[in-house]
Design a protein. Structure first.
Length: 408
């Protein structure tokens, strides 16, 4: 059991925090919308609130504090930090061409037509060079098959290019990716993509280690993240949660039963964009490092660069995104080097702070870090997709409403 600090000593009202479990129970657990919910809130690295509710498995096994969750895209911030660690060592620069490390990308052109059941038309040459920064900011011209929007997306789905664990190897992944046209000229649009999976390959090639080995040596080990990895080991299998999927009529359906889950086996491809499993306590350790300025992983100046808005002209996601994250709920949210960043709290219509950064996973997990307030949150559940309910915004409202002492 994790020890908790006194909320009042850290500027939070315990009575207002007590609203959270009742809200989650009434709106999500009792109606059967979510199977469970696990929430940790910390200030200055000290956890002061923890809520663990619901069942981890369809058989009614209660959710425990040490349950292992599928992180999906909450893997991306770790891969982005790993890349920036290599940047700090002078092994790569943000304006380096991606082809410097991934020569397979040297001839990639831009989509002109075709696809689906027909061959692609010959792509046109790109008018700009894909740079490392474009991978971090999702402005590379790459895409995700899960967007189900274009014939390029369809080609990704057919080749399982969304970071699927069955991909034969890093080399196979980038070679197959290079065969598909780009959605647009690099640097000219924002499109959520497998760019962070490509970053994972770059980390592996530059470090001479697998991505998992790099994570273990440089992030998990130093931070004490003892339950995080690309698979769930046999001795911890009893701690793995089931995963569910939303259905339009009726309760969520079981999507991935823990006893039969592919996550119990080592993947052939370690997805830097979505492959990790972790616990609330482990991800809290990562967030605490970020909330504290980045040490011992990266310098404060590197973190400041990562959490600045890199979208052209100071735009937000609603104005620049081609598909996912173009929704009105992302008004006032820019994007940095691996994180969504609050640039205008008034436009978000939710309490927050300029410079607060965050991301989530497709199984509805989420985190945010508010450096000005020394505050961070980790929320875990397992419901696909993450766009089903506005629980992330609701949790932010409940958390900031319990704050009695602001530093910003």
């Amino acid at each position: 059991m994790m020890s908790l600090a006194d909320p009042a000593a850290l500027g939070f009202d315990a009575g207002r925090l007590a609203r959270i479990p009742g809200f989650i129970e009434e709106h999500y657990l009792a109606p059967g919308h979510l199977p469970h919910a696990d929430l940790l809130i910390a200030r200055d690295g000290e956890p002061f609130y923890r809520m663990t509710m619901g069942h981890a498995r369809a058989d009614g096994t209660p959710l425990a504090e040490d349950v292992i969750f599928r992180m999906a895209s909450m893997t991306k911030p770790l891969t982005s930090v790993a890349f920036m660690m290599l940047l700090e060592e002078g092994k790569v620069a943000l304006d380096d061409p991606v082809s410097k490390v991934i020569p397979e990308f040297a001839g990639m052109g831009v989509y002109t037509g075709g696809g689906g059941d027909a061959p692609f038309f010959p792509p046109r040459p790109a008018t700009s060079t894909m740079r490392m920064v474009d991978l971090l900011t999702h402005m590379s011209g790459l895409t995700y098959g899960i967007q189900n929007r274009t014939n390029v997306d369809a080609a990704y789905r057919k080749a399982r290019l969304d970071g699927h664990p069955s991909l034969a190897s890093n080399d196979h992944f980038v070679a197959e990716l290079a065969k598909v046209p780009l959605e647009f000229d690099p640097g000219t649009g924002w499109n959520y993509s497998v760019g962070t999976d490509v970053l994972g390959v770059i980390v592996a090639r530059l470090s001479g280690m697998s991505l998992g080995e790099f994570f273990q040596a440089r992030i998990f080990g130093p931070l004490g993240m003892v339950d995080t990895g690309f698979s769930c080991p046999a001795e911890k299998a009893h701690r793995l949660t089931d995963s569910w999927a939303w259905t339009p009529a009726g309760p969520p359906m079981l999507l991935d039963a823990a006893e039969k889950s592919n996550t119990l086996r080592e993947p052939r491809f370690q997805s830097g964009g979505g492959g990790l499993l972790s616990t609330t306590a482990d991800y809290h350790r990562f967030c605490a490092a970020l909330a504290g300025g980045g040490a011992p992983l990266i310098s404060p100046k590197t973190l400041a660069l990562m959490t600045a808005n890199h979208l052209p002209g100071g735009a937000d996601l609603t104005t620049l995104s081609r598909a996912l994250f173009s929704e009105a709920g992302n008004a006032g949210i820019g994007f940095g080097l691996g994180f969504g960043v609050v640039v205008d709290p008034a436009k978000t219509l939710v309490q927050g702070t300029v410079g607060e950064f965050h991301w989530g996973g497709i199984h509805s997990t989420a985190f945010f870090v508010d450096p000005a307030e020394g505050l961070h949150m980790v929320f875990m559940t397992q419901l696909f997709p993450s766009s089903t309910y506005p629980i992330r915004r609701q949790l932010k409202t409940l958390i900031y409403s319990a704050m009695t002492q602001s530093r910003a």
